[in-house]
Structure formats: structure tokens, C-alpha cells
Design a binder for this molecule. Structure first.
Ligand SMILES: Cc1cc2nc3c(=O)[nH]c(=O)nc-3n(C[C@H](O)[C@H](O)[C@H](O)COP(=O)(O)O)c2cc1C
Length: 332
């Protein structure tokens, strides 16, 4: 599959998730295979244009993540075009526009999902961006603002006509936030209507569900929370799609992933002017991931509580070791 001139080796991608899909996490998922595209956490267009350090940190990526899409949010066509140029200047392969975020802090600034309420304006944003850069401009939207305004099919056509090279649809409305289920029939309908790739997003937590969605006619699938619970899910879905048995993931593999994540985070550049020490920042990152990663694990809630109460990297590593490697140690 291709987005503009960008080749994807797999139609499966890690969905953008603020606070979660940092460069370290994306690299680790990518190393396990099956992942054709990674998208950064959403990044403020305003912050990019003004060169704010913290914003630039969110947009950082490494070569091994390519192809990489940087997702930006904002509502002013001129500023979004300027931000797209910054993204292109940073060497990203794709610039994605957030039209799905329902959080009032973002939506009230005429950005995120509130752009869906003003389709002409949303199309003007994409038009301005597409004229300003040569990399593909893509859009991630929801089904609509609420049940009375499920306008994703119309908006998808409008942004395509304005120059969008691909579209992703999370099949919930902003009003739904994360309640109910994503409407994949709507996503398939939009995909059938479009001559550019359409990705669907929502509720794939098992590799079988990803394959089923792919076979429903969408061009690709963005997986969010399923990757946070199981970073091997994309590789497992590719196994299934190719008729191979799903690769097993052992408890030790899961423990190793967390230890590798800690090691990569320790090498990240973080803004030391922030009040947190680097260790504290790493611990907070692990806490955030653990709230998803421990779901469905035997005794996962105990691990989650333990990680939420530890206060040093040494005890974080010990806690992970005791939980994931206890059987291995017992056989020594
Ligand atoms: C913690 C979290 C943060 C998210 N942040 C973003 C974001 O920055 N940009 C975006 O377009 N979507 C964001 N999303 C939405 C996801 O990309 C995805 O569309 C949604 O979670 C549904 O897919 P899933 O059921 O596979 O998680 C976020 C979701 C979660 C759970």
C-alpha cells in the first residue's frame, strides 16, 4: 500500500496516542514486526511554528521508525501550512492532521474534532497544507461530532478533493469519546467510496479482529489501545493474515519489553528545565504504559499497583523482574 509516494510494507499502523506513542515505544513495537507506519503523538502546530522545545520533543523520531507520520493539531490554515513545512523540514515522510480529538482544551481552539463541525474550514486547512509541502498530507477524523452530525463520509470527500492523500477514521463520534463501539460499517462505506487509502481505527484488541477488519474492505488499520496491551499484536495479525500460526509471546518477552523501554527512555533527550528528574520522568512513563499493559494479565492489577507506588528505577526494575522472570529464576 502507498500513501502518496510513500510505500508501506504493511497496512497496519500504530495509532497516534498522546502521552503513549513516544519514539521509544514506537521503535520497540516496530522491531517486533508487522508495523507499516508509525504516527507521533499529536503535536501543536503553534508550538512547532514557534519552535517551542517541548513541542519539538514530541515530534522527535529516529530513522528506524520510517516511514514516520507527524500528527499536528491546530485550526488556522496559514499556521497549519507553516507547521506542515516545519514537519517537512524535520524530514518526516507524512504530515497528519488531527480532526478527532474531543478534548475541550483542543476542540475549543477550533482544532481536533471541532474541525469536523466546519467542513469548509477543515478543507481549507488541508488545501493550504497540501499547497505548502510535497510530502503527503493525511487526516485522522472521527465518525462525526455527535449522532446528529455523523459527517465523516462528506468530510472525507472534501478533504480528499482539497489534497489529502489518505484518511483514517475512528468510528466513534466526539460525543461518544471512548464509550460504545467504533462503527466499522461506516469506515468500510467511506473506504468503498474513496480512491485514496482509508484506514479504520477502533477496538482491535486481538490480532483476529485486525485481520477481520482488513478483510472488510478498509485499506489499513490503525491500532491504538491494543498495541499498548500487546505490542506484538501487529506482528501477530500479519502472521494470521499470511496463514501462519500466531507467534507466542511469553511472560519473559513481556518483561523484556518493559526493561527495554526503560533503557530507551533513559537515553531520550528530555527538557531538564522541567521540574522532573529524568528518572522520575521514566517512572511516570512506565506508570502510564502499565495502566494498559497489565490489562488481561494474571495478577496484572497487583503489578499495576506496585508500579504506581515504587519511587526509584532500581525498585521498578526489581518489581518487573519479580513479576515477569520469577519462573525463569526458579529453574536456575
Ligand atoms: C491514550 C490515548 C491517546 C490518544 N491520543 C490521540 C492523538 O494524539 N491523536 C489522535 O488522532 N488520536 C488519539 N487517540 C485515539 C487513537 O488514535 C484511536 O483512534 C482510538 O483510541 C481508537 O482506537 P483503539 O480502540 O485501537 O485504541 C488516543 C487514544 C488514546 C487511548
Amino acid at each position: 500500500m502507498k500513501i502518496g509516494s510513500v510505500d508501506l510494507v504493511s497496512p497496519l499502523a500504530i495509532a497516534p496516542m498522546a502521552g503513549m506513542t513516544d519514539t521509544a515505544f514506537r521503535r520497540l513495537v516496530k522491531r517486533h514486526g508487522g508495523c507499516g507506519l508509525v504516527v507521533t503523538e499529536m503535536v501543536s502546530a503553534e508550538g512547532l511554528v514557534r519552535g517551542i522545545d517541548r513541542t519539538l520533543e514530541y515530534a522527535e523520531y529516529t530513522e528506524e521508525e520510517r516511514p514516520i507520520s507527524i500528527q499536528i493539531f491546530g485550526g488556522d490554515p496559514g499556521k497549519m501550512a507553516a507547521a506542515a513545512q516545519v514537519v517537512e523540514g524535520m524530514g518526516a515522510d507524512i504530515v497528519d492532521v488531527n480532526m478527532g480529538c474531543p478534548v475541550p482544551k483542543i476542540a475549543k481552539h477550533n482544532a481536533g474534532c471541532s474541525l469536523m463541525r466546519e467542513p469548509d474550514h477543515a478543507a481549507a486547512v488541508i488545501g493550504a497544507m497540501a499547497k505548502s509541502v510535497t510530502i503527503p498530507v493525511t487526516v485522522k477524523m472521527r465518525a462525526g461530532w455527535n449522532d446528529d452530525e455523523r459527517n465523516a463520509p462528506t468530510l472525507a470527500r472534501m478533504v480528499r478533493d482539497a489534497g489529502a492523500a489518505a484518511i483514517a477514521v475512528h468510528g466513534r463520534t466526539a460525543a461518544q469519546s471512548y464509550s460504545g463501539m467504533a462503527d466499522w460499517d461506516l469506515v468500510a462505506k467511506i473506504a468503498a467510496d474513496m480512491d485514496i487509502p482509508v484506514f479504520g481505527s477502533g477496538d482491535c484488541v486481538e490480532p483476529e479482529q485486525i485481520v477481520e477488519r482488513l478483510r472488510s474492505g478498509v485499506g489499513g488499520v490503525l491500532v491504538g489501545r491494543g498495541v499498548l496491551r500487546n505490542p506484538w499484536i501487529l506482528a501477530q495479525a500479519v502472521d494470521l493474515a499470511n496463514g501462519r500460526p500466531v507467534r507466542p509471546v511469553t511472560l519473559e518477552d513481556r518483561g523484556r519489553f518493559l526493561l527495554d523501554y526503560i533503557d530507551l527512555l533513559l537515553h531520550e533527550r528530555v527538557d531538564e528545565t522541567r521540574a522532573l528528574t529524568h528518572d522520575r520522568w521514566v517512572i511516570n512513563k512506565l506508570r502510564a504504559l502499565a495502566s494498559w499493559y497489565t490489562k488481561g494479565l494474571d495478577n496484572g492489577s497487583h503489578l499495576r499497583t506496585a508500579i504506581n507506588t515504587i519511587d526509584s528505577l532500581a525498585s521498578l526494575r526489581d518489581t518487573i523482574g519479580a513479576f515477569f522472570f520469577a519462573d525463569e529464576l526458579a529453574t536456575l
